[in-house]
Ligand binder design. Sequence first.
Ligand code: OOG
Ligand code: NI
Length: 461
Amino acid sequence: MTSPQLSPNDIRTLFSRAMSEMYRDEVPAYGTLLDLVAELNGKTLAGHPEEKARLASLGELERLSEERHGAIRLGTAAELATMRQLFAVMGMYPVGYYDLSVAGVPVHSTAFRPLEDAALRANPFRVFTSLLRLDLIADETLRADAEAVLAQRQIFTPGCLRLIEKAETEGGLSAEDARSFVAEALETFRWHTRANVDHRMYRRLHDAHRLIADVVAFKGPHINHLTPRTLDIDAVQRMMPEKGVAPKAVIEGPPARRVPILLRQTSFKALEEPVDFITDGTNEPGSHTARFGEIEQRGMALTPKGQALYDRLLGETRAAITPAPDGSNAAAYMAKLQEIFAAFPDDPEQLRKDGLGYFRYSVTGKPASAADVTRDADALIAAGLLRADPIVYEDFLPVSAAGIFQSNLGDDAAQTFGATPNRDMFETALGARVIDLHHCYAEIEAASLARARSELGRSAA
Ligand code: OOG
Ligand code: NI
């Protein structure tokens, strides 16, 4: 007899909790941030009972305290391909292609996350996963040396590989196997105080780009941050210094709005941590900065039209004023952002009618007549039979991600590679196509409307 399988959603929850506990132990400031976010989310909900009721009715209240994303950086195509299989065991799939070369960061990335509504509601845990692009390193000797180091390492435990295979052949894992899988998988994301290279090699990698050292010099892709979701990022940004945590100069993404859109993020700087390098058989103490903390506030997912408007307005803002890493023009930047984004409608019905965002349709409970069933969505909303709530953005923003990378690489790391997106190369490494994020939201929107219509039909019958 085989024992019943644990659902991928439950495995993902076990994993994200285990990862959160591990990171809390390893990076105490993350714990401080978690507590601050929980406290302020509690205050926000207590102060806005109607928003609390709305989130509860959408099934979004429970996921809030579970919600976080992490990030890792991988070194080889084979690592990325196995990572895809690992995440699939917990119901996470690659969504979106992000090219960071434009921002002087030699990686390209995807986000592994759950796809479907029910899975997102159960636990939306996501991991922003980057692959190092050695093809952007000009120094051929260094590139070959880095490749040789990476070819030697195995970032997955034998137990993890065995359980991935078992999950694939048996279509899932029992509760007992799932628990071992979580413990084994966690090993890949752990911090290693002992480097994989000697100090000279570390310096060479570091001098080419700090990120290259971060990937190549270690035994595995340590999780470099975990990000809880706040309902009020401006409040958390204000409170961080009081808790002894210094935030980056500006909040990335759109300005504060009545209807939040996409994603706003802020972070605290990476810690300088002790690392042992093994040089000629002896321990040589040194240090490395990689791990940091971040918080985010999520808003409505935008349609391609809305995303294009966002990109244009952000581009205009940044052409007028570039936020300085030292924060000297932070207030002026935030004011300019607010001013330029005045052109982005900030009323839910307006956003919906203009086709700028994705919405989830549901019945209000008002009785419908047989004639109502044939009316279009706009008319049904106007008649009070349907309601439309913004769909939460579950993905990332390349310009914000670049800002987060940069704030942790230090000002000296600003480098240019020129924009060289190479999605084909990424997908070949991944061993699969990345999923189009607009497709995900459009499907959720269409399914919600179809469901709401059939409910109306039933109530009218
Ligand atoms: C990933 C940075 C991107 C975000 O929230 O945009 C990211 C990294 O530094 O590896 O996590
Ligand atoms: Ni992040």
